[in-house]
Design a protein around this ligand. Structure first.
Ligand SMILES: [Zn+2]
Length: 133
């Protein structure tokens, strides 16, 4: 299946570095602006203040469900089909797979990083936090 090749292709350098760190360090990294202190996550090459001086900063991977939905098997995700937006602890909002049944999810519940690997490509994923976490 070549459906995921686009992840590695034509990606701008900041996004490429984000996914490299995600895959190799199994962690979410944002960019912290050295000028104004803002955390840019998703990372962006230029901070909103105009500065390009930023440094990578590891995040906990924890957050809360902002929104979620389901989709039929499609271009980006063969499975699972539950996806959503996560408000990360300490700032930032990312889109990813939710490794849970829809019935387990609710707006605002805590989640933790749970990466999805499809044919060697690591994608953002989260699962609901359980008692043992
Ligand atoms: Zn800034």
């Amino acid at each position: 299946m070549d459906l995921l090749r686009y992840v590695d292709r034509d990606m701008e350098p900041t996004s490429r570095e984000f996914y490299r760190r995600l895959g190799e360090e199994r962690a979410i990294f944002g960019l912290r602006c050295r000028h104004c202190g803002k955390l840019n996550l998703p990372p962006r090459r230029h901070c909103a203040c105009g500065s390009q001086s930023q440094q990578w900063e590891r995040r906990t991977g924890g957050g809360r469900v902002h929104a979620f939905t389901t989709q039929a098997g499609a271009f980006r995700f063969a499975e699972p089909q539950v996806i959503g937006l996560i408000d990360l602890d300490g700032g930032g909002r990312l889109f990813g797979v939710l490794n849970a049944a829809v019935g387990e999810l609710a707006i605002g519940i805590p989640v933790t990083l749970d990466l999805v690997e499809v044919e060697g490509t690591v994608l953002l994923g989260f699962r609901p936090l359980s008692e043992g976490d």
